[in-house]
Design a protein around this ligand. Structure first.
Ligand code: KG4
Ligand code: ZN
Length: 384
């Protein structure tokens, strides 16, 4: 018997002993309904949630609670890692109590504790991982470390209109911009990604230099509502590159150049300069995301698009994607608006879907590490 077979056998034995029945790398899985407690603490939001798998169909969200640190970091114009970690420590247990109370679930009923293992801020991740593993050990229940981006990617399955596999995914968060071919849970192929700044970063950095505060995406988008998107000619980086990669660093530089040219008049409330620059910036970012997503759909021949991550909350992006996809008969799915940005529900959901699909077994080993840098490609299954 070779080593791999022995490991698989031991994994299966352990799972069966603990009332789970699953197969590694695909296949059918008859698992009894299980309760997943999800903890997210990778950046500036503490999120906790309870998701329950069902005999048939997608897991469902029983309850979730979130504490956003935005007010605390606003004074600094961005996330201060040390403050973030300290605040996660304060919030995570009260939020867990709140979630259990709202769902009328006793802590002992939780079957699996899931936490965000990375990527993210090391200190912040350690809080969720530490609490998750401590809870698991105290309850003698298994734990599972989840990839934050997979959480975002699978978050549309929590919506009233969940997608079906396969689909093209546009993952647009604060630190990542990727187009992916998604065949199943764990079977993701990166079709293109940003070579420098992420779309969320382009929103955040542009907003900051316009004096719009943090987080920049929603602030810039709000300011853009009354602006003219044709007022400033801004670049659409890599729009005609012929591939599915993105680049947003040059756009930010152009916004800076325009802002410098405007000088004090940018902030003059008697002009529309700020709204115009915001609208022009938003239009540039959205156009690139739109055109590359449509190109990815064309390339793959897929009829379904899933948008996930914080920038997926952007109204203009949703409007333009809806219109373009409707024209070519493609269905678009988004997470619920309040689940676009970081939350515990997506972590519990990703864990539940992974276990249900037999992609990952929860562990009874409570030693943990976190992965501040963790490419999504590292969790792909070799079988797809
Ligand atoms: O996914 P997320 O919550 O965190 C990461 O994993 O990075 O994404 C946060 C990003 C920030 O860059 C924020 O400015 C952006 O999402 N964002 C938006 C909007 N809401 C959040 N960008 C554009 N329009 C929005 N409405
Ligand atoms: Zn995120």
């Amino acid at each position: 018997m070779n080593f791999k077979v022995l490991v698989l056998l031991l994994c299966n034995l352990r799972a069966i002993l603990n009332g789970l029945e699953y197969k590694v790398n695909g296949g059918s899985h008859k698992l009894p309904p299980m309760l997943f407690l999800g903890i997210e603490s990778s950046c500036d939001e503490t999120g906790v949630a309870l998701v329950q798998t069902q005999a048939t169909g997608a897991p469902r969200l029983l309850s979730h609670a979130l504490f956003s640190q935005i007010d605390m970091h606003q004074a600094y114009g961005g996330v201060v890692p040390e403050l973030a970690s300290r605040d996660h420590i304060k919030r995570v247990i009260p939020l867990t109590r709140e979630v259990l109370k709202n769902a009328q679930i006793d802590l002992n009923q939780v079957d699996v504790v899931a936490y965000t293992r990375g990527p993210g801020l090391a200190g912040a991740l350690l809080v969720g991982a530490g609490v998750g593993c401590a809870l698991g050990a105290a309850l003698n229940k298994p734990v599972l470390g989840v990839h934050h981006l997979e959480g975002h990617l699978l978050s549309p399955f929590l919506s009233d209109d969940p997608p079906e596999f396969p689909f093209v995914a546009l993952l647009v968060s604060g630190g990542h911009t990727q187009l992916m071919r998604v065949e199943a849970v764990g079977a993701y192929e990166i079709l293109g990604e940003t070579v420098d700044d992420a779309a969320g970063e382009a929103f955040d950095k542009s907003a900051k230099l316009m004096g719009l505060g943090y987080p920049g995406g929603p602030a810039l988008s709000k300011c853009a509502e009354t602006g003219n998107s044709l007022a400033f000619k801004l670049p659409r980086p890599l729009l005609h590159s012929g591939d599915l990669d993105f680049s947003f660093a040059g756009l930010k530089t152009s916004v800076l150049t325009q802002a410098n040219k405007l000088g004090d008049s940018l902030h003059d409330v008697n002009t529309t300069h700020k709204a115009d620059l915001a609208a022009s910036t938003e239009a540039a970012i959205v156009e690139v995301l739109l055109k590359k997503s449509m190109a990815a759909l064309k390339l793959t021949g897929m009829r379904r698009l899933v948008v996930a991550g914080g920038v997926g909350a952007n109204r203009l992006l949703r409007k333009q994607l809806n219109e373009a996809c409707q024209k070519v008969g493609v269905r678009v799915h988004y997470p619920e608006l309040h689940l676009c940005t970081d939350n515990g529900a997506m972590i519990a959901m990703a864990a539940a879907m992974r276990v249900q699909a037999g992609q990952q077994a929860p562990q009874f080993d409570y030693s943990f590490d976190v992965k501040p840098r963790w490419p999504l490609s590292h969790i792909l299954t070799a079988s797809h």
